[in-house]
Design a protein around this ligand. Structure first.
Ligand SMILES: CSCCC(=O)C(=O)COP(=O)(O)O
Ligand SMILES: [Mg+2]
Length: 225
């Protein structure tokens, strides 16, 4: 019996285009100004130091900014970038520049599963802060009540099997009691290695090679209850 569902965001609960065409450009346009204004802000100093560790010891703040912009352009899921993006996106969400996209089928079924007593969690490369902002300012209002917890890459990379073992230990369930939803086969493979049930969300009906997971294009086609 499924006692918990862990879901990815980008491509799963939320349109990839919202992340790549709204959130990423928003953070890219504001990155230089934000980092320059917050160079000594204790909230982001650890993240800036992590970026510096990837560069030469003589790296300037401009070098750090350029590295962050390059990671955005190449969709590199570095925790330091995701932490800084979360702070930049906070302004966008709180000032109403955008709301967090959630597919209607995802909204309807997350509510149904929550009402049925299934524990819901998010696992995304986006920081926990960014996750809570997206669902706190979603197209359907504040949906944070739905989720019992949030995981980001602090628990480990999304394609690493140990990350899902860490998640199971954190939520106190065995793999067969948990369902993981994602649009990325490698993430589902890593979850399945821990005997977690999986479902591939293939919303744009791509031909996905080497997929062994059950596949659907909507949360409404996932039989849980
Ligand atoms: C929380 S919304 C921003 C998501 C994000 O920044 C991202 O990179 C999503 O990556 P994922 O591995 O969750 O597809
Ligand atoms: Mg995804």
């Amino acid at each position: 019996m499924i006692k918990a569902i862990v879901t990815d965001i980008e491509g799963t609960t939320t349109d990839i285009h919202f992340v790549h065409k709204v959130l990423f450009p928003y953070s890219r346009e504001r990155m230089a100004e934000y980092v320059t204004a917050n160079e000594y802000n204790p909230m982001i100093v650890p993240s800036l130091n992590e970026v510096r560790q990837q560069l030469t010891p003589t790296a300037t703040l401009e070098d750090v900014i350029q590295q962050l912009l390059s990671w955005i352009d190449h969709d590199v899921k570095m925790g330091s970038l995701k932490a800084i993006q979360g702070h930049i996106w906070q302004t966008g969400f709180e000032q109403g520049h955008f709301t967090g996209h959630v597919y209607p089928d995802a909204y309807e079924n997350l509510v149904k599963w929550h009402q049925a007593g299934i524990a819901l969690y998010i696992y995304s490369s986006g920081s926990v802060k960014a996750q809570q902002l997206l669902f706190g300012h979603s197209d359907f209002g504040d949906l944070r009540y739905l989720f019992k917890g949030h995981f980001d890459t602090e628990i480990g990379g999304k394609k690493e099997a140990t990350s899902y073992q860490n998640i199971l230990e954190t939520i106190g369930l065995t793999g067969n009691e948990v369902l993981f939803l994602s649009d990325v086969v490698a993430e589902l493979d890593a979850a399945k290695a821990n005997h977690i049930n999986t479902y591939l969300l293939n919303r744009d009906h791509q031909i996905i090679e080497q997929n062994t997971h059950p596949e659907c294009d909507s949360f409404s086609k996932i039989q849980v209850l």
